[in-house]
Design a protein around this ligand. Sequence first.
Ligand SMILES: Cc1ncc(COP(=O)(O)O)c(C=O)c1O
Length: 497
Amino acid sequence: MARIPSQYMAGLTLERAGPTPLVEQIARHVEAAISEGALSPGGRLPSWRDLAAQLGVARGTVKAAYELLIDRQLLVAAGAAGTRVADPLPSPTRPPAADDADLVTPDVRHEVDLPLVFRMGVPAHDAFPATVWSRLHRQAVQQTSMLTGHLDPRGLPALRAALAAHVAIARGVACSPDQVIVTTGFRASLATALQAVGAAGGQAWVEDPGYPVARRALELSGLHPVAVRVDGEGVDVAHGRNLAPRAALAFVTPGQQAPTGVVLSPRRRQDLLRWAAEAGAWVIEDDYLGELQLSGRSAPALASSDHPGRVIHIGSFSKTLSPMLGVGFLVAPLPLAQRLIDIAVWLSAPPNAAVQLALAMFLREGHYLRHLRRMRQLYARRRSRLVEVLGTLGAQGCGPAGLAVMLPLPHGFDDWRLAERARAVGLAPAPLSPWFAAASQLNAGLLLGVSNAVENRIVQHCHRLLALISEPAHAAGRSAGLLRPPSTRRPTIDGRD
Ligand SMILES: Cc1ncc(COP(=O)(O)O)c(C=O)c1O
């Protein structure tokens, strides 16, 4: 390989009194010579000694400049063969242009701003316990910032202990902290549960209507959802037994059925647990609203009467505190505990340590129960005011449904399109039809989340919504049967639909 004679460095004049160190000046000069092509790949640079003598600097100065460029991958040290110009690095492949492929479909785009009015699945943005939470979080950051080890993948022991105590008091579930696995939220809990059950290829009961996000997650995990009807007692277990007696699992919302709000009756609870024990099936209990029963006392969790040990209980802080915290948990039934723990330990990562510790303190010091009490009162007020206003304005047949109000629409309405139109005017009702396995013109409706329906603006919001519903565009949609087929409707990832 050709040696680059030291004359190539002739153009280098050093500013000895300038602010830039000599090492950096030499390095910049060599770098410029490479990028201008004066020094080509493979060419050998002058030895430290020669260049140092030529420039009138110490050998160590040239050596340091060469080392800097070796670190920047512009030069390579070739031992006795000296220092050479490195081959150019391959240029990075061109990132696909935005229009090459639309990888992110509209249903997985998120809005992280303040929630719009009637948005489902988010707590009240004006009632987050910010003062207490900030204090505890600050403390937790101080306590955890010195720790540099790995977190327990099952979650901080302090949080698992606090959660075990909380589910015992609030949900009637007796478990040890070792059965509790802290996750980054509902979807992480569901993914852990589905991996542990390992039932790909099998059938899974889902409620009809039911949470579309869960239906889609089951499909993506290789399960075949079987839609089991929901009536005034919750999921109809006899119907499930008829449709898929050997299903591998059932995904249910017994505390308050999503979206109807119906509490699973004691009789159906027994039926469901009996079926699970007989069929060797697992029941995934999505307790997303368990503690937020707005009228009367919360029914205990299904897991509280799970003597055969078939129920995987999933809890969430998304509705009670904030989805932004990124914390959820599951309680493992004893027969599946080891497998669930293995999945958590080897395949998942726990939430941020400071958030976990702050939450543990928040629970332990009683703030969470106090916060829940306030939230129940606030949401109950907002929900009854919304039902009252809609009734006064002539909306037919609307009624409470969990943390939402369900507003049925006349047959043939395109609730999906109506929800899109509403978003353009700052309202975010969810269309009801995607919650049904077979979206049909018979189940058009809107779900109006109550958590951000601030009382003194409800009349104004309802007027705006009802005006949209009576627009001729929707009447045209009705007569032309514009309801899109179910296959084109996918749930949005933030649980809106
Ligand atoms: C039925 C149901 N389950 C679970 C969740 C929790 O979802 P996440 O914790 O991802 O917000 C939601 C959110 O809207 C829901 O509606």
